[in-house]
Design a protein around this ligand. Structure first.
Ligand code: AMP
Ligand code: ZN
Length: 433
């Protein structure tokens, strides 16, 4: 049974009726309160009454990240500050952060979305959850905290970092669930093995991971190392944080909380909608939030949608795991390369490497050069330099063959790459801008 079967199992027609009403309400809300939206809507010559079906959302203008930067900090906020009860910020490292204000009701909605998410992952009252997402401005920590609290779990808000203490508490408290970025989960798993207290031997049963891209191969590795089920969760600061979409037990895509978020997939070049099953950029509209409901926000995240029936009984549309971002895409001598694609190619060499890698892009004379630093296993290094070169060559040839781009693979000694405690750094682009 889902957490909220009324909305999670609502027939499509009914859902679309609900969405249309909420969409119109939201368009009126922002047009009356946010000069930025009033101007945009007037320029586009559109108002709420022009929306006759959810498909008419295409008449509305897009919102992009730069609009949030240009209106920093509260230019897009639709309520007076005395109605704001929380302000989060994005984890971005360049320029001004993205601000996310919430009303009390927005916070409740968020907790509801997160409760659906964690319930679908199998969490129940009685679970002891270690929340190792960064606690603070980042939406991850408090987002998961609220959802688990709503279900009635015992939450241990460790936040990220201090990995050894993290592992000690996990064992001593008998945590049954872990929340963190997938890369930090691997860091914890590795460190726990080194400390002689493998997570596999602990009661931990499930992990709810997200906030950064990860592959099926990485899921396998986490599940193998920790002896748990690793579930995927998606969200972003601009739309209020995690809990936008979540996996159910079928683990065949992430259900989108579409009574809260209207989703579209567009061709990022023509802006035309693509059909279900086709890859494109995800565009999201928050139809129930009140402090900062964004209209047609271009996420830059690439995925596909499906409305095929899910075996879990939920009718909520499903998105595929994020396979890349339009802005993460590296163009190496004219060839498009996604870090996620490199990750899955690397994962085919699990016997010789561990899935810790860094992509470095440089200019060599006039050409781009992609260097893939990946950690080799201890046994490879123990077998001598000949073996190391052999493995490097083998992986290089494989990636060249499949991705159609020249790369140089450099094996790094075990533990040679910096471990993540939050979102992993996977790409360093050293090309002059
Ligand atoms: P932030 O606003 O800092 O939380 O970052 C949000 C971004 O993180 C999204 O737009 C995605 O690019 C990425 N992200 C979040 N969750 C996931 C996930 N489960 N899989 C892949 N990428 C994710
Ligand atoms: Zn399902």
């Amino acid at each position: 049974m889902p957490w909220n079967d009324e909305f999670e199992c609502m027939p499509l027609e009914e859902m679309q009726k609900f969405q249309l009403a909420k969409l119109k309400e939201t368009v009126n809300w922002v047009m009356e309160r946010v000069p930025f939206y009033r101007k945009k809507m007037e320029e586009a010559g559109v108002k709420a009454d022009d929306l006759k079906s959810v498909a008419d959302i295409r008449k509305l203008p897009f919102t992009v990240k730069n609009d949030l930067r240009d209106n920093y900090p509260f230019g897009l906020c639709a309520v007076p500050m005395n109605e704001v009860v929380r302000i989060h910020c994005s984890s971005g490292t360049t320029g001004k952060p993205i601000t996310g204000p919430y009303t009390a009701d927005d916070i409740d909605q968020w907790a509801e979305c997160m409760a659906r998410d964690l319930w679908a992952a199998g969490l129940r009252k009685g679970d002891i959850v270690q929340n190792a997402y960064g606690m603070g401005l980042f939406t991850g920590g408090l987002g998961f905290h609220q959802g688990a609290t709503k279900i009635g779990c015992a939450v241990v808000p460790t936040s990220s970092g201090m990995t050894e203490r993290q592992i000690m508490l996990m064992r001593d408290f008998g945590a049954t669930a872990l929340f963190s970025t997938p890369s930090y989960a691997l860091t914890i798993a590795e460190r726990a093995e080194e400390m002689g207290m493998p997570v596999k031997d602990m009661p931990l049963r499930v992990g709810c991971f997200g906030a950064e891209p990860w592959s099926e191969a990485m899921r396998d590795e986490i599940e193998r190392k920790m002896g748990i089920m690793a579930m995927n969760t998606y969200g972003l600061t601009e739309l209020g944080g995690p809990g936008m979409a979540f996996e159910c037990e079928a683990r065949n895509g992430l259900h989108i909380n579409e009574d809260h978020f209207l989703v579209e997939i567009i061709d990022p070049v023509t802006f035309e909608p693509v059909s279900d099953g086709q890859r494109g950029e995800m565009v999201l509209t928050a139809i129930q939030r009140r402090a900062m409901p964004l209209i047609r926000f271009r996420t830059k995240d690439i995925t596909t949608l499906t409305r095929e029936r899910c075996s879990c009984g939920r009718t909520l549309v499903r998105m595929d795991r994020i396979t890349g971002r339009t802005d993460d895409m590296l163009i190496i001598n004219g060839v498009n390369v996604f870090p996620s694609q490199v990750e899955s190619l690397l994962s085919e060499f699990n016997d010789e490497i561990v899935l810790q890698y860094l992509l470095v892009v440089r200019k060599k004379k006039h050409l781009d050069e992609l260097i893939i630093r990946v950690e080799g296993k201890k046994e490879v290094f123990e077998a001598g330099p000949g073996k190391v070169t052999h493995v490097e060559k083998k992986i290089t040839e494989h990636i060249k063959g499949v991705a159609g781009v020249g790369v140089t693979v450099e094996l790094v000694e075990p533990k040679g790459l910096v471990r993540s405690e939050g979102k992993a750094l996977r790409v360093v682009d050293e090309r002059p801008k």
